[in-house]
Design a protein around this ligand. Structure first.
Ligand code: GLN
Length: 483
């Protein structure tokens, strides 16, 4: 059962091939069996079985919602009522969320069965899952390598077939890069498409939740439920949610694919370039046309992001003060001591680094020089994409400069780690939707192809991804030992 996609499982459940309880039990066993991957922070087995029973009852009546009985798990950044929501941090190790994130609420209403909460970089800051208070996650394709981050637990668990689908969040690449490194499909929707309510904020103007699945067809099913206007999120966009599965089978004849020359310069290693070229050739065979585009400001994306994201995180994380939330030091001498020690003990090194950088960038005298400048660059980057997307339907390129790197390989050099997101960060700055789909292997480790679309063009992205998955089988391959 565990190799099946969500689309297949919805049919199997309705045909009575298995019940949701059986499905849930079988995935829970796999999670137990592959505990060493460390992809889960919490497993909510009892609750899952109870939900699965309810789903089975609805399925028996014949009026069950679309995803009834489908086991999934949430990145531990989404608040789940009554269940620990740690955000990968010691700071929230004792935080039991009193309410559900909108995304969780919607997936619950669609009948999904939550098996637990997935490991992640602390407060979603990282590209390797190594900043997690709960330890690093192993990439099932090579257990001495990272799964990517920050949604590393989500990607590893889907790749190892411990769950058929998971939620993730993407502020600078955190859905796409781990999806690429683990050989699964990940979709970062347009900013404002999926509610951020109850999704613990890292950099609010960039954060966006999305699905992580085996296939584009499954991503369409999950996004269908996750997307939509939410009055509880002030940046949620009030526009209609289309039927994401309706266009999957559209022909790609005449599709205009833009290749930014800045993505394919000398900095891209030759094996990665060759893998991406092979994928592009498959699209040419399907009738697509290739157009070179230029985005001169792309090289400024990482420096601009590492001013804007820390600035926003320094404000967002100020609420973690040991009073209202989270970790509190023992025997504080006074209020100041309480703040200083609680935050000092609760946050890890990378989070502290970003709070310091962000506070500095926002301080009087530096605000104009750093923060305002970065915002201006952000606009230039958006303009680059808007110009390119007037000429083409989608833009393609790599997701990550390399396949999965070794555990510990980049932890001593933060800049080196930041560069892992060189191809993904600009998309968040522009607020565009983008996907990563499995497109081959380098040294037996998965590689992703990135597909970037226009605002709210998720259905187009899913169509473009799905068609590729009809002519390739990269997305069906499972890592050794997890078949
Ligand atoms: N790796 C990037 C960072 O560390 C992006 C993380 C994310 O998308 N949440 O900020």
């Amino acid at each position: 059962m565990h190799t099946k996609t969500i689309a297949q499982l919805t049919k199997g459940l309705r045909a009575g091939d298995y019940s949701s309880v059986e499905l849930t039990q079988s995935y829970l066993e796999r999670i137990q069996q592959h505990k060493s991957l460390n992809s889960f922070i919490s497993v909510t087995g009892e609750q899952a079985i109870a939900t699965a029973k309810q789903a089975d009852a609805l399925l028996a009546k014949g009026n069950a919602p679309l995803l009834a009985g489908i086991p999934i798990a949430h990145k531990d950044i989404f608040c789940t009522r009554g269940v620990k929501t740690s955000c990968g941090s010691k700071m929230l190790d004792n935080f039991i969320a009193p309410y559900n994130a909108t995304v969780v609420e919607k997936l619950n209403a669609a009948g999904t069965v939550t098996l637990g909460k997935l490991n992640m970089d602390e407060f979603a800051m990282g590209s390797s899952n190594e900043t997690s208070f709960y330890g690093s996650v192993q990439n099932p394709w090579a257990t001495n390598t990272v799964p990517g981050g920050s949604s590393g637990g989500s990607a590893a668990a889907v790749a190892a077939r411990l769950i058929p689908g998971a939620t993730g969040t993407d502020t600078g690449g955190s859905i796409r890069q781990p999806a690429a490194l683990c050989g699964i499909t990940g979709l970062k929707p347009t900013y404002g498409r999926v509610s951020r309510y109850g999704m613990i904020a890292y950099a609010s103007s960039l954060d966006q939740g999305g699905p992580m699945t085996q296939t584009a067809e499954d991503a369409a099913l999950m996004l269908q439920t996750m997307a939509g206007f939410d009055p509880k999120d002030s940046t949620s966009v009030e526009c209609e949610v289309p039927d994401y599965s309706a266009e999957l089978n559209n022909s790609l004849a005449g599709l205009k694919i833009g290749l930014p020359k800045e993505f394919f310069d000398d900095a891209l290693n030759s094996e990665m370039a060759a893998t991406i070229e092979t994928a592009i050739n498959a699209y040419i065979k399907m009738g697509a046309e290739i157009i070179e585009v230029s985005m001169p400001n792309l090289k400024l994306a990482i420096p601009a992001y590492y001013v804007i994201a820390p600035a926003e995180c320094s404000a967002n994380l100020s609420r973690m003060d040991g009073v209202r939330f989270g970790h509190r030091c023992t025997n504080p001498a006074d209020l100041n001591d309480l703040y200083i020690r609680s935050r000092g003990e609760g946050f890890g090194t990378e989070v502290k680094r970003r709070i310091l950088v962000g506070t500095y960038a926002l301080s009087e005298g530096y605000y104009d020089a750093y923060y305002i400048k970065a915002q201006k660059i952000r606009r230039l980057i958006s303009d680059d994409f808007n110009t390119a997307l007037k000429q083409v339907d989608v833009i393609m390129g790599p997701v990550s400069p390399t396949s999965a790197f070794g555990l510990g390989e980049k932890t001593s050099d933060p800049i080196e780690m930041y560069l892992a997101d060189i191809y993904t960060i600009a998309i968040n700055l522009a607020g565009l939707p983008a996907m990563s789909i499995p497109a081959g292997f380098i040294d037996k480790k998965p590689v992703g192809l990135q597909i970037i679309g226009n605002y709210f063009a998720e259905a187009k992205l899913l169509n473009v991804a799905h068609q590729y998955q009809q002519v390739t089988d990269w997305h069906q391959q499972t890592p050794n030992g997890f078949e």
